[in-house]
Design a protein around this ligand. Sequence first.
Ligand code: FES
Length: 200
Amino acid sequence: MEQVTRRDVLSRGLRALGAIPILGTAFAASSPLVRFFRPTVKPYEISPPPDVGEGGELVVAKASELTQAWDYRYFLYTLRLPEYTPRGAQHKQVPGVVVRLPEGAGDDFMVISRICPHLGCIFNYERDPKGVLEHCNYPATGPQFCCPCHFSVYDPLQKDAQGRRGKVISGPAPRAPFQFAWRLEGDDIVVYGMEEGSTA
Ligand code: FES
C-alpha cells in the first residue's frame, strides 16, 4: 500500500487551492450566460393595469315586482373612477335595465348597461316589437333593445361568442351591451359591479 507522507498531503492541498481562481474565473465567465437564460428580475412593466371603476351595492329591483316575462325596471348605478387630479375620482352614473326573461331563456334575469357600445347613446328596452320597427327600423318578433341613434338592435334571448347576453342582431354596434355583475339576495336583485371598460 502506497505510503502518504505529510509532504503529499501539503502538495495536494496547495494544488486544490490553486484551482480556486480557475473555478472562480469559469463561474464569473458563465454567470451572464446563466442569467440570460434564467433572469432574476421580472420584465419592466411599461403600462400600468387599466383603471377599473368601482361601485357599491345597489338593489335595482325586487324579483317579486317583476313577475311576468319581459317585466323590467330602469335604474341608475354610480361608478367611481380613479382620476389623477386633486379630486381623486369622478363619479359616473350608468343607466341600466333589468329584465325578467321568459322560461327556457337560460337565466331568470338579465342586467345590462343601457350605454350603447357603438357610440355611447342611451338605448331603450322596447317591450313591444312595434317600437323596434318604429325606432330602429327592424322587424322584430319579440322584445328587443333598440338604439335610436344608428339603429343597433340587441336580442335579449341570444348571447354572443363571449357569453354576453344581448347579441347584436342589427346595426353597427361592435358587441353586446356591457353587463352588470349582480346576484339575487332573497327578493332583492343586487348589482355590485360592472364589466371592465363599460364607461369608455
Ligand atoms: S350609438 Fe347606438 S347605434 Fe350608434
